[in-house]
Unconditional design. Structure first.
Length: 278
């Protein structure tokens, strides 16, 4: 893979080829179902031949945590969300289960998000908070708070194994173009774009991190780094801080458009929610 000069001035990061971190030929099989961690790149990901899940680039012991739900630490938060599903909250005296009896009914939702509704790009977090405020009369949850990430993990889990398939045409086209522009725009003191790491230099080491393609099919993801579930937008925010840029707002229009574009780059990969990463 070609080495790209990423930084100007006095700052320099070394990228090194590295293949011994993980078994990149390993298969992700959970409860007897094989999860697609590699797929042919969609035509609109014109600079990639293949799309690859971040699971492939994790160390063997990290990969192993995702092979069994009993070992996956994210399920502590999924269990909390199961309890929350039937918890009455708000002035309407209702819970999630009052309208949606079985969370399994949401199978197929996660692969299609974000999507356009009434001219607005909406994420799963938006849909959950709309239910809470408009139907339950409850307060909205923090976009990346523990209640929200637990619930998005529970709902997303219902679609585990299904291929990512977001709409990028029609009403979604303008949002997708915005997300693409954000993905390739250099920002911050280090003058870097998402593409510099996740397209130009994936499968290399940057300091102690084995760079992936930045796929989001496994979010919300449990990170060993902070021992909690992390939303996509929290991860975007962390990346922007790493390059010393002012992050966009979690749940804001910029990150939602970026989510749509990055999701589209992973079409064909399976939903892994909830995944385990460094």
């Amino acid at each position: 893979m070609k080495f790209s000069k990423l930084l100007a001035g006095t700052v320099c990061l070394a990228f090194v080829s590295f293949s011994a971190v993980a078994d990149q030929d390993a298969k992700l099989i959970i409860e007897g179902e094989e999860i697609s961690v590699r797929a042919s790149a969609p035509a609109h990901a014109e600079n990639l031949d293949e799309v690859v899940s971040g699971w492939v680039y994790r160390k063997d012991e990290t990969q192993a945590l995702q092979l069994d739900d009993f070992d996956n630490p994210a399920f502590v938060f999924v269990d909390q969300a199961i309890d929350e599903w039937s918890n009455v909250d708000g002035t309407a005296g209702e819970s999630c289960s009052s309208c949606h009896e079985d969370v399994a009914d949401f199978k197929g939702l996660r692969p299609s998000l974000p999507r356009v509704e009434d001219g607005q790009l909406v994420t799963m977090e938006n849909l959950i908070n709309e239910c809470r405020t408009d139907r339950m009369g409850a307060e909205a949850w923090s976009y990346s708070g523990s209640e929200m990430t637990g619930m998005t993990a529970l709902v997303g889990l219902q679609s585990r194994g299904m291929p990512i398939n977001v709409a990028i045409d029609g009403d979604a086209a303008s949002f997708w173009e915005t997300g693409k522009e954000l993905y390739y725009t250099r920002v911050g003191q280090l003058d870097m774009a998402c593409s510099n790491c996740h397209e130009d230099n994936y499968d290399t080491m940057i300091r102690a991190d084995h760079l992936s393609q930045g796929q989001i099919n496994g979010f919300p993801a449990y990170r060993l780094k902070n021992a909690k579930l992390n939303s996509m937008h929290a991860r975007f925010k962390g990346c922007m801080k790493n390059i010393r840029a002012n992050p966009y707002k979690e749940g804001g229009e910029e990150f939602k458009a970026l989510e749509l574009y990055i999701a589209s780059r992973g079409e064909g990969l399976s939903v892994e929610t909830p995944s385990v990463r460094n």
